[in-house]
Design a protein around this ligand. Sequence first.
Ligand SMILES: Cc1cc2nc3c(=O)[nH]c(=O)nc-3n(C[C@H](O)[C@H](O)[C@H](O)COP(=O)(O)OP(=O)(O)OC[C@H]3O[C@@H](n4cnc5c(N)ncnc54)[C@H](O)[C@@H]3O)c2cc1C
Ligand code: FES
Length: 252
Amino acid sequence: MLPKEHTIVSVDEENPQTKTIYVGCEDMPKPGQFYMVWLPGVEQKPFSVAGVAPLRFSVCAVGPFSSKFASMKKGGKVWLCGPYGNSFSLHGKKIVAIGGGYGAGPMRYLSLLAKKQGVEPVLIIGARSKDRLMKGENGMRTVFATDDGSQGIKGNAVDALKGVLKEGKVDVVYACGPEKMMGAVGKLCIEKGIKCQLLLERYMKCGFGMCGQCSIGEKLVCFDGPVFGAEIVEDVEFGKFHRDCAGRKKIL
Ligand SMILES: Cc1cc2nc3c(=O)[nH]c(=O)nc-3n(C[C@H](O)[C@H](O)[C@H](O)COP(=O)(O)OP(=O)(O)OC[C@H]3O[C@@H](n4cnc5c(N)ncnc54)[C@H](O)[C@@H]3O)c2cc1C
Ligand code: FES
C-alpha cells in the first residue's frame, strides 16, 4: 500500500502537549484501528484513529516525530497508509471506555459509536494532572481522574473504574493508555469476570506483520492486534518489555 497525501483541515489543542489533528480524508476506519503516518524527511509512525468525518488523530508530543506532527497547522500535508489492525468489538448494554493520556482519543471515538448504536457508555479520562488531561465529549457521561486531584477524582483511571463498577453491572470495559494502567484494568476485569479489550502499542516499522518489530511474546501487535482481550496482561512481556528501533529487548 502506497502512502496517500492528505491535507490537515483543522487542529484542536487538547492540552499543552497534545493536539487533535483533523485530516481531510473520507475513510471510515473502526475504533482501535491505526494508520501509519509518514512525514517525508522525518519518519513513519503509527497513530490510532481518534474519530472520523473528518479522520482525526490525537498526537502527544514526546519525541521528534510526534513533536513535528503535533506542531503542524491547517493546510499542512500528511501521508497516510491504512487503516491497519483489528478493532474494538462493541457489545452489551453498558460499557466503560477508559483513556489514559492521548489514549482518550480512540476511546472518545468508541464511546460516540456506542451511543449511536444504543449502547450506554461511560467515558473515563485519566492523566497525571489537569494540564495533561484530554477533553471530554459533549453529551457523554465523562469521569475525569487525575493523580494529583487537580481535576475530577483524585486517583487513577482504575480508581475511577472501581467507582463506576459499584454503581451497577457493566458488560464490557475498553482501555487505551499506559501499559501499567491497562495491566491494572485487565487484572481487575479478569478478577470480576467482566469482558475487557485493550489497545496495545509497540514500536512499529512496517505496520502489517512483515518485520517482527512489534512483537509481544508470540504475538505481533500490528497483525494480531492492536486490540487484545484482557488475557494479554498475563503475557510474560506485557508491562515489562518492548523492542527498540534496532529490535533490542528493552525494559518498559
Ligand atoms: C498502534 C499504535 C497507536 C499509536 N497511537 C498513538 C496516538 O494516537 N497518539 C500518539 O501520540 N502516539 C501514538 N502512538 C505512538 C507513536 O507511534 C510514537 O511512538 C510516539 O508518538 C513517539 O514517537 P516519537 O518519534 O515522537 O518519539 P520517540 O523518539 O519514539 O520517543 C521519544 C521519547 O519519548 C518516550 N515515549 C515514546 N512514546 C511515549 C509515550 N507514548 N508516552 C510517553 N513517552 C513516550 C520514549 O521512550 C523516548 O524516551 C501509537 C503507537 C502504536 C503502536
Ligand atoms: S511492525 Fe512490522 S511486524 Fe508489526
